[in-house]
Design a protein around this ligand. Sequence first.
Ligand code: ADP
Ligand code: MG
Length: 257
Amino acid sequence: MQTWAIANQKGGVGKTTTSLCLARGLALAGNRVLLVDLDPHASLTRAFGIPANPPPAGTHDLFSGGSASLASLARTTDITGLKLIAAQPALATLERRGATQPGLGLALGRALHAVHTLYDHVLLDCPPTLGLLMVNALAAADRLVVPTQTDPLALHGLADMLRTAAMVERSRHRTLPQHVLPTLYDRRTRSGVHSLEQLHALYEGKAWPSAVPMDTRLRDARALAGPVAPSGRGADAYLRALRWLLQQTDKPSRKAA
Ligand SMILES: Nc1ncnc2c1ncn2[C@@H]1O[C@H](COP(=O)(O)OP(=O)(O)O)[C@@H](O)[C@H]1O
Ligand SMILES: [Mg+2]
């Protein structure tokens, strides 16, 4: 089982769209895939048509000390081979409890370990905040995928995220390979083109040497989570990005320092 955290401390950079499109591509290729919505805003959960009220069973139950097992929380979706663990708004309250309950930072990793034979890939859609949920994701992940909007401000957010990942990597004593995925690329603007060039130059080897373009067909998250595979430049770009990520996964990772 390979676990990828899809994370960036900045919001609106395409984390949820990336999680959905990569998970969809992996399922299409015949993998058993689990998507975990770790964001209290629950955009991914809503994409699958699950209402916020009453709160669905889901990610929060993994942290609440009850007997809910991860396998029992995973629900089937309209996409063959793809299961989802829904997010509840109560996830937002976890950050406070994290400070007082030792061990809560590893709850997700433990729950995933218990089901490692059930899935080939697990994708963690992270919230845009550095808190307990993101720490759980970074502690549990084998790889970190950082979607990054191709604009000048986003490059700062990317540097913050990679610093955070390096910090977690040191404390967990296991490498956390990082992959940067340029998203929301608008080749018609000078700042877009310049930012992508800069990103590729600064993060050579770490960044996908291409970009997911702006594509209005990617805006319809309900359609992306539906039974019909999406088409268009954006969806195609995600399939290419997935192939690149899988190639990176096959490379032997560097030894832990
Ligand atoms: N490549 C793209 N082209 C056009 N719209 C996009 C693209 N990627 C994401 N979006 C839209 O941008 C917004 C933010 O994307 P989202 O995946 O929700 O980001 P995040 O999870 O980082 O907050 C959403 O409305 C989404 O539909
Ligand atoms: Mg999101």
